[in-house]
Structure formats: structure tokens, C-alpha cells
Write a protein that binds this ligand. Structure first.
Ligand SMILES: *[C@@H]1O[C@H](CO)[C@@H](O)[C@H](O)[C@H]1NC(C)=O
Ligand SMILES: *[C@@H]1O[C@H](CO)[C@@H](O)[C@H](O)[C@H]1NC(C)=O
Ligand SMILES: *[C@@H]1O[C@H](CO)[C@@H](O)[C@H](O)[C@H]1NC(C)=O
Ligand SMILES: *[C@@H]1O[C@H](CO)[C@@H](O)[C@H](O)[C@H]1NC(C)=O
Ligand SMILES: *[C@@H]1O[C@H](CO)[C@@H](O)[C@H](O)[C@H]1NC(C)=O
Ligand SMILES: *[C@@H]1O[C@H](CO)[C@@H](O)[C@H](O)[C@H]1NC(C)=O
Ligand SMILES: *[C@@H]1O[C@H](CO)[C@@H](O)[C@H](O)[C@H]1NC(C)=O
Length: 579
């Protein structure tokens, strides 16, 4: 036990499982409480590890790569996240306070007060364009605090490890979970404990990615009266008897083919040619917000933290998830560089710090300050990843022209989400027919679903069904409580599976028109009678599909042909048709 005496005072040793070998220690780390609060905390991202001359900056890494590689960055990431979570919940920079920006607790952060007419909820916008721009400074804020912990921890290593860990901390960034490439929960979030190299040697530590443990839950701020209130920590798929999370349930949820995470993601790159479409479900067409919602609802199972929008940011998966959403948006911005930033005025639902009305590219993204003199970030100031000192593995915008980078990112999109092939010389215009894209000549079919959110029990799913098959699932989060939600879901995988993809359009369409139906599924799995959802509309659309001419190109689509679909509920026709 001599070893314990060498630990600095700021370490709190906590008992681990009795099965542990005696020389393995479990510990959590406490940050000194005495921290002077300076208002406001500006969101600058991490500005270390950057080559000022070239603009080259460190990439946020795929969590699965960071985990499997191990080494200094992994060790630092885990310890930094643990220290972040252990910071006193009264500290403005604590994990509790920063996670609490999104939803509960219903209270102000960083001096950005509730406005007259602001909602009694969090600051986060959903089902509106600001969804895409607000979460960028949010992840950057989390990252800047995370990495500041990593840099402090790195300075504690001695000997040969000293410079190695300091260097690793400089280029550490918040990792991402690429659920479109692999829908399974990252292994790193499923292990209760990890073995890592700390400044004090190899130790077994509690895994801060497994859950966040509450220090306290304030009364009257939103933590009361839900099934989540009774847990001491964040939960993924809590079982009825309070047993451990069953990650297999989340994984089998996420693997359901009808969720189509890869094909939907691919579709946003291929078909969403404006910022408005790409950004959110508040406008028609495919958006990244839709698969984003699916992750919340299905990785969070029925009663998990992630599936409750008020609580979701406390699950350590949240930032891995949103780092990926941010990455997809950044990649889309490269592909559509002429359209790459928000440029129009659009409706906003309002949040804790803002009222319902119109949002412009210059609307403040509260509570994220740009500097120390009270100016907030806006969709314009937060438009570029380089502002916040990070990039992604796909985006090296310092050594390529815009068009070269665009080709490169399209190739990555084809490889990761479209079944395309990597690293072929651009000149070989190889046909792109092996993967997910239909074979030319062909038609791309999509279902278009729209619903007034105030008519459905949020959160919920809307399933598009064909006989016994679920062809597509549209996911809606718990907030906002009103407003139209739109989605456009490609049917290629599900039609291929049903051997319908080669059926001529004049036979397939009448068949689908007659037999497609929609089901609104509540969180507990029960189906809402459709008579209660008059706004729910289902449309079917066909477009001539021209496969990519190379792995460096996206497919092209012809003019949309729209077909009405009669709505069928439980084998009985009900009146009402599309749009
Ligand atoms: C940590 O390493 C020890 C010794 O090799 C091993 O017994 C234990 O299972 C490891 N724990 C984890 C969580 O990997
Ligand atoms: C919240 O209020 C309840 C009922 O008054 C009380 O039992 C509980 O201890 C309070 N919790 C906290 C964290 O203050
Ligand atoms: C929680 O439930 C109690 C009893 O039903 C009620 O008095 C209280 O206002 C509720 N709190 C919140 C925040 O809804
Ligand atoms: C989820 O919570 C509800 C209400 O508390 C409960 O009826 C249901 O059985 C829970 N589901 C699971 C899978 O535990
Ligand atoms: C962007 O606009 C320029 C000028 O109109 C045009 O030459 C270029 O092809 C456009 N690029 C893309 C990717 O649309
Ligand atoms: C605001 O703060 C920044 C640095 O935080 C400073 O460079 C700038 O001059 C300030 N602007 C005003 C108007 O005070
Ligand atoms: C294909 O259909 C079968 C039977 O309904 C189902 O089990 C399977 O998951 C489907 N696969 C895809 C890719 O849709």
C-alpha cells in the first residue's frame, strides 16, 4: 500500500470489484474545487497542435480507431473524461453543467439568461435549421474542456512518457462514432472498466464512457418524475429489474435494416443539394437530423438516457454521436462548397435563451460566447471547423484545392456509405454498381413522410410497412412539441431485399400505392390509431437514377415523379391521400 502514498491529494481511490487483482487500483480523479469563475467562458475549441503556417490541424478520430490503437491519446482521453465528470457539478466547466446546456437542468449557463418567452427547457434547437449549426460550438466547448484536462494530466507523466504524453495531448480531439459505417455501439462504451497507462503506472479504472454518475440531482429543475430519475447514473437499455444495461438490445435495435443508417446518410450526400435540406427535418428532403434522431431513439432503447432529449447529453455517447453528426455536416460542406453555410431565414421554435420566430445566419447560438466581451457565436461564425481548431480524417483542406478535396470526400462517402471502392485512379471511370446504388438503367424510389409533431406522442417512430415488412423507419425526438417534420427515405435496400427492385415501374408503383401503409409507434411499442394523426401523409416518389460515373462522383437523379398513396391502417382503407 506504499504505492497509495505516492498518489497526489487530488485522487480519490474508490473500491473496484473484489475480483480485482490486488495490485490493480480503481480510481477516479477529482479536480480542485477552487476555480475562479470567469464569465463568460468563450467557445474557442482547442488551439494546440495546429500548424499556423499551413493551417494543418489535428483530426477528431473514429472512437473505434482510438480505442483499438490505444497508447497515449487513448490513455489521456479516458483520464480526461473521468476528471471532467468528477469536477464539482457547481463548476461552470463541469461535465454536469456542460451536459446540462442541452436539456435539463432548466437553468442558465455561463450567464446566458432565459429570455422573456423562452421555453422552460434547454438551449438546444431541433427540427429547425439551427440544429445543424448550434451543435458545432457545443461539441467544440465540450472538446476544449476535455482537452484542457488532458493537458493537465499529460504534465503528470514522468521520464520518457513525459514528452510523449504532452505531445499526444496537444493533438487530442473529441472522437466520433460513425454509426452510418457501423451501427453497433462502439466497444469502448460497453466496458465497465479499462486498463490504461496513467502517470502512476498501469491501472484498472472505471470507464467514463460507460456512464456518467450523478453527484446530485437538483430538485425542481427537470430531474424529477421520470423513469430515469431513480438511476444513480446514465443508462442505455435499462432492464425492468434494474439489472445492468444490455448492450445487445441496443445493437440489435440499431442493426434493423429498416433504420437504413448507411443508405440514409448516403442519400443526404447524394440528394440534399441545399443547406436547408441537409440540415434538418423542418424542410422536405433527406437530412442528417433524421438518422441522428434514430440513434437517439434506438441506441437509447425504450427507457434509456439517450432517448430522452432532456437527459440525453449526459450519456457519454452523446458527444461521440454529435461529433459524428458534425463530421457528416463538415463533409457535406466540402461537397457542396458553394452552398456550404446557412444563408436563409427560417422559423425557429425558440429555446431557453431565445424566442419562437425567425432565425437568420446571424442569430445568436446561445449560450456559446465567441469572445470574452459578450458576443455570441452565430451560424456564420461557427460555419468552419478550422475556427475551432479541429478537422476530421476525411478533410485536409490545407493541402488540396476545393475541387480536389471535394473529389476526395466524395470518394470517402462512396466507400464508407455507398459500397464504392477506394483508391482507384480517378481516370478509370469504373462503374459503381457493386454496392448500394441501383444498376443503371434504373429508378430510385423514396417514401416521403410528413407529420405535424403536435399530433403524435413524442418521442416516436413512424414505420412505413409493406405487408409484413418494415421498409423504412422515421424517428422523432421528444422536442419540439409542434411544427411539421418531413423526411425522405430511400427504399433501395428494402426493395432489393424483397426482390422488387427489378420490377418495372408500371407494375411496382400500383402495387406499392395499394399496399404501403404507415404506423405511428409509441415508445412502448404500441401503435397509435391513424385517425388521431390526420396530418400524417405518405408519398411515393420515383426518379431516374444515373449511377456515379466513377468512385469520385455522386449519382445523378432525374425529375421526381410523385405518386399518391392511399393510407391503410390495419387492413382497412381509410380516406386521405398524399399532399
Ligand atoms: C486488466 O488487466 C488484467 C491483467 O492483465 C486483466 O486480468 C483484466 O481482465 C484487465 N481488465 C480489463 C478491464 O481489461
Ligand atoms: C428532492 O426532494 C425530495 C422531496 O422533497 C427529497 O426527498 C430529496 O432528498 C430531494 N433531493 C435533493 C437532491 O435535494
Ligand atoms: C413531480 O411530481 C409531484 C407529485 O406528483 C409534483 O408535485 C411535482 O410538481 C412534479 N415535479 C415536476 C418537476 O414535474
Ligand atoms: C420502460 O418503462 C415503462 C414505464 O416505466 C415500463 O412500463 C416498460 O416496461 C419499460 N421498458 C423496459 C424495456 O424496461
Ligand atoms: C461552384 O460555383 C462555381 C462558380 O459558379 C462553379 O464553377 C463550380 O463548379 C461550383 N462548384 C460546385 C461543386 O458546384
Ligand atoms: C472582444 O474581445 C476580443 C478578445 O476576446 C477582442 O479582441 C476584441 O477587440 C473585443 N471587442 C470589443 C468590441 O471589445
Ligand atoms: C430482408 O428481409 C428479411 C425477412 O423479412 C429480414 O429478416 C432481413 O433483415 C431483411 N434484410 C434487409 C437488408 O432488408
Amino acid at each position: 500500500m506504499q504505492f497509495l502514498d505516492q498518489l497526489p491529494m487530488s485522487f480519490r481511490l474508490t473500491p473496484c470489484s473484489s475480483k480485482m487483482l490486488s495490485f490493480w487500483l480503481c480510481f477516479t480523479v477529482i479536480v480542485p474545487v477552487a476555480r475562479t469563475q470567469t464569465f463568460p467562458v468563450p467557445v474557442l475549441g482547442v488551439q494546440t497542435g495546429i500548424n499556423i503556417a499551413t493551417g494543418e490541424r489535428p483530426a477528431r478520430l473514429n472512437i473505434n480507431d482510438l480505442y483499438s490503437r490505444g497508447g497515449p491519446q487513448w490513455d489521456l482521453y479516458i483520464q480526461a473524461l473521468a476528471e471532467f465528470q468528477e469536477a464539482p457539478e457547481t463548476d461552470e466547466r463541469s461535465y454536469f453543467q456542460i451536459s446540462g446546456i442541452h436539456g435539463i437542468p432548466i437553468s442558465s449557463w455561463n450567464g446566458a439568461e432565459q429570455v422573456n418567452g423562452g421555453i422552460n427547457g434547454g438551449y438546444c434547437p431541433h427540427n429547425e435549421q439551427l440544429f445543424a449549426t448550434w451543435h458545432r460550438p457545443y461539441v467544440a466547448l465540450f472538446e476544449q474542456v476535455l482537452v484542457s484536462h488532458a493537458q493537465t494530466i499529460a504534465a503528470r507523466y514522468r521520464g520518457r512518457n513525459g514528452p510523449r504524453y504532452l505531445k499526444a495531448a496537444q493533438t487530442l480531439r473529441q472522437p466520433y462514432w460513425d454509426w452510418a459505417a457501423d451501427p453497433n455501439l462502439p466497444v469502448a462504451v460497453t466496458r465497465p472498466q479499462l486498463n490504461i497507462t496513467t502517470p502512476y503506472g498501469l491501472l484498472t479504472v472505471r470507464n467514463p464512457l460507460y456512464s456518467y454518475r450523478w453527484q446530485r440531482k437538483e430538485n425542481g429543475t427537470g430531474f424529477e418524475n421520470t423513469s430515469l430519475s431513480s438511476y444513480a447514473e446514465t443508462v442505455r437499455c435499462p432492464l425492468l429489474n434494474g439489472a445492468d444495461d444490455d448492450f445487445d438490445i441496443a445493437n440489435s435495435n440499431l442493426e434493423a435494416p429498416s433504420l437504413g443508417l448507411a443508405s440514409q446518410t448516403y442519400d443526404v450526400f447524394a440528394r440534399a443539394s441545399t443547406f436547408e435540406w441537409m440540415a434538418s427535418m423542418s424542410s422536405q428532403g433527406p437530412s442528417f437530423e433524421m438518422p441522428h434522431n434514430t440513434i437517439h431513439n434506438f441506441a437509447g432503447c425504450e427507457n434509456g438516457t439517450l432517448a430522452d432529449v432532456g437527459w440525453s447529453a449526459f450519456d457519454p455517447i452523446f458527444m461521440l454521436h454529435h461529433s459524428n453528426v458534425d463530421r457528416l455536416i463538415a463533409m457535406w460542406q466540402v461537397v457542396y462548397y458553394n452552398e456550404s453555410t446557412m444563408s436563409s431565414t427560417s422559423p425557429t421554435n425558440g429555446a431557453f435563451g431565445s424566442t419562437r420566430g425567425d432565425a437568420t445566419p446571424d442569430s445568436p447560438l446561445k449560450p456559446f460566447f465567441l469572445d470574452t466581451n459578450g458576443t455570441f457565436h452565430t451560424s456564420r461564425t461557427a460555419a468552419q471547423t478550422k475556427t475551432f481548431g479541429y478537422t476530421y480524417p476525411e478533410i485536409n483542406d490545407w493541402s488540396r484545392t476545393r475541387d480536389e478535396l471535394r473529389d476526395f470526400v466524395i470518394n470517402r462517402v462512396n466507400v464508407l456509405y455507398g459500397g464504392g471502392t477506394a483508391n482507384l485512379p480517378k481516370q478509370t471511370a469504373n462503374r459503381f454498381i457493386k454496392g448500394r446504388g441501383p444498376v443503371s438503367p434504373s429508378v430510385a424510389y423514396t417514401v416521403e413522410v410528413q407529420v405535424d409533431r403536435s399530433e403524435v406522442p413524442l418521442p416516436c417512430s413512424i414505420d412505413v410497412r409493406l405487408e409484413d415488412h418494415t421498409l423504412a423507419t422515421v424517428s422523432l425526438l421528444g422536442m419540439p412539441l409542434s411544427g411539421m417534420a418531413y423526411s425522405s427515405v430511400p427504399l433501395r435496400d428494402s426493395l432489393r431485399n424483397l426482390s422488387l427492385k427489378n420490377m418495372p415501374e408500371d407494375i411496382l408503383i400500383p402495387y406499392l400505392q395499394k399496399n404501403l401503409r404507415v404506423e405511428v409507434r409509441k415508445r412502448d411499442g404500441s401503435i397509435l390509431p391513424q385517425s388521431q394523426v390526420p396530418s400524417l401523409k405518405l408519398g411515393l416518389q420515383g426518379q431516374d437514377f444515373h449511377p456515379p460515373v466513377s468512385n469520385y462522383a455522386l449519382p445523378r437523379y432525374g425529375t421526381a415523379r410523385k405518386y399518391p398513396v392511399s393510407k391503410r391502417v390495419q387492413q382497412r382503407d381509410t380516406p386521405g391521400s398524399w399532399m
